[in-house]
Ligand binder design. Structure first.
Ligand code: SAM
Length: 256
């Protein structure tokens, strides 16, 4: 997996070090180098003996201890034990009209930290065509941001990411299969139904967040035909990234 390809996306907080297969030299030892080791040394001041939470992608978590630091070569070696199972996959999914790339990068990180099972990205009528050109829609673009979110929140479950360049075929043909059962909600400022109320008592949910200029009436009705209920996130109209955070937080708080 292309985890290291975006040095600009260095995690701000490594509350958990998510080990990649290439970093795990044995089942109990890992060797970190490059930007992540530099972060551990320079930002976190890691020295021999320092304890770290560690985990593997979609796998277990445990405790690690720094056993060697080579400042000159920028290498950190960690011994670890994985004794806790992988956390459950979050039961909230996000359907998102592709926002501008800078915003998308932040959304990837923040919704992963909040806890999201799937992120389905789609073009919609009011999405600028150029937003679809971004490398953030490719694994090498989004994985570093998802990783930063997991390392922030101490999770190992990587959200699934699905990208669709056309709204109609997604909603008419593919969405049922991707989502499965659960509440389907489309966040729409004109709705009078509170998101938490529409979700109450249901085990899992997907919430659809529109583009900065909003969903069109056609899109709201196409989502309605696919089982989505329009819901409100409150009386204030929020920016897309704030709406994503608010929606997941409101639904998480209402989860049974
Ligand atoms: N003028 C646009 C409209 O009326 O739809 C505003 C779009 S808003 C900036 C971007 C997206 O965030 C919306 O499509 C919606 O999904 C979500 N959103 C923002 N504030 C919301 C609110 N208070 N209730 C429900 N959804 C909201």
């Amino acid at each position: 997996m292309p985890w290291e390809s975006n040095p600009g996306a260095l995690p701000r907080q490594l509350n958990l070090v998510l080990l990649t297969p290439s970093e795990r030299t044995t089942d109990e030892r890992a060797r970190l180098q490059g930007p992540r080791a530099a972060h551990l040394i320079d930002v976190m001041g890691c020295e021999v003996g320092r304890s770290l939470r560690v985990g593997v992608v979609d796998g277990p978590m445990g405790e690690g201890r720094v056993v060697a630091v080579d400042r000159q070569r920028g290498i950190v070696e960690v011994e670890y034990r994985l004794d806790r199972p992988a956390p459950e996959r979050p039961r909230l999914d996000l359907l998102l009209a592709v926002p501008r790339p800078k915003v998308l990068a932040r959304i990837f990180e923040h919704v992963t930290a909040l806890g999201v099972g799937r992120i389905v990205l789609t073009r919609s009528w009011r999405v600028d065509k150029s937003y679809l050109q971004t490398t953030l829609l490719e694994p090498e673009g989004y994985l570093p941001h998802l990783r930063a979110g997991l390392e922030q929140a101490c999770d190992t479950r990587l959200p699934e990411v699905h990208v669709f360049h056309r709204f109609k075929p997604l909603v008419e043909d593919q969405l049922h299969e991707i989502l499965g059962p659960g509440a389907r909600l489309v966040a729409h400022p004109s709705s009078t139904v509170a998101a938490a109320q529409a979700f109450a008592g249901v085990g899992r949910a997907v919430v659809a967040i529109g583009p900065e200029r909003g969903w069109t009436d056609y899109e709201v009705s196409a989502l309605g035909a696919c089982g989505f209920t329009p819901v409100s996130l409150g009386s204030r109209i929020l920016r897309v990234e704030t709406a994503c955070t608010a929606a997941l937080a409101q639904l998480a708080a209402a989860a049974p």
